[in-house]
Design a protein around this ligand. Sequence first.
Ligand code: AMP
Ligand code: ZN
Length: 479
Amino acid sequence: MAEIQLHNTLSGKTEPFVPQEPGEVRMYTCGPTVYDYAHIGNYRTFVFQDLLRRFLKLRGFKLKHVMNLTDVDDRIIANAAAAGKNIRDYTEKFVQAFFDDCKALSIEAPEHWVRATDHIPDMVQLIQKLQGKTFTYPGEGSIYYRITKFPNYGKLSKIDLTGIQAGARVDNDRYEKESARDFALWKAPKPGEHFWETAIGPGRPGWHIECSAMAMKYLGETLDIHTGGIDLAFPHHENEIAQSEAATGKPFARYWMHAEHLLVEGEKMSKSLGNFFTLRDLFAKGYKPSALRLCLGSTPYRRQLNFTFNGLTQATNSVERLRNFADRLQQGKFPAGKQEGMSARIFKAYVDFDHGLSDDLNAARALAAAFDLVRDANIAMDKGEFRQGDVASVQQFLSFFDRVFAVLEDNDAQKLQALGYSSAQAGLGDAEIEKLVAERNAAKKNRDFATADRIRKELADRGIILEDAKDGTVRWKRK
Ligand code: AMP
Ligand code: ZN
């Protein structure tokens, strides 16, 4: 097995990954801010985190992974107040939607889901610790962090602090590098907004202190890996470092990993451009959860992912190719014995797969390892050279692959139904149906009945009934 190399934003280098405790990884990932439905950009980052945790598990590490739900921040406070709801009531729907979406995308549950609103006392304690060490000062009922007191401020995002005015403050949770200032650890209550009565006064936590407090509570003062999307490097993660390291005097996280953003057709996703998609938007258009997972996970995480419908259709076809191959293996009748060279070919697939993922989680390389094997084995089957004695080993490779990529199981229809889509709602467009019918016809012609049956079943799951006429023509209709 190759040495695992991960790119660390902190050092700016790709480094061998060695956790503090042999065999165990303590990882914190910043979860969604539940002020609305999460979008496919968010899920790009969450799928990357899932591939990472699954790969580390595959390599034998025991995972201690914490993911938070930011259920209090500026946007939530504002939206909840506008809706006349308390925070918990306002966020509940989006928390549930997030869990449902994670299930749909086969994103594994971390060892701990933690909600910010369940950890207010931990945040208060951490702020008190910072007060004791004089890293804070009060201002109009809020408490601010004095960044000039922390000599390493900026070490993660490499911001230039010259010209920063001591004592200038920022109250927003999210701001640009140009406005690096003292930030709020604790915010004074505003009329009509929710607040907590605490030992440091009434108010609510700033966004950054939430993650420092929850990460250290569950994972100790030094984590192995901390991840999020690239937009979180500044100010969120920079401020997490400043808070945590000032409080403990120890390094907060050893490896910082950041996923690049997802763009849609080359543009930043935004509601005003009409290119903003939640998972639900895509499922309602008839796309499958497995295809979306593959589409989001197949671009290496440090490259921008340009999401296109063409790409999503390609991912749909890729999932189909894998599943058809798995069916062909399962149902095919091959001559007994082993094909010369096939064991070595399978071994190469394992090596390539592992090298890909060990190389800073290069998902594209790992996928290529699997698809190359599928292609070679399919060719061998077409030529009649593939042997029954190799079936189990190829199947083992596929399961190994799927422990990370998790797209092989044919459960999209059930997932969509669990999300409340009827088969008709998760409906297919006419062109897509015609294409599938043509594929089924071709499969039947090639006597590949496994594929033909799979397509018939898939169409049936999506509410399409096929009628095979005696003259060989096929008609379809919606249920
Ligand atoms: P938020 O709910 O805004 O806190 O974001 C949740 C996660 O999604 C964070 O890790 C963000 O960095 C990440 N994220 C936000 N927008 C995008 C995007 N367009 N592409 C990839 N990741 C994103
Ligand atoms: Zn965070």
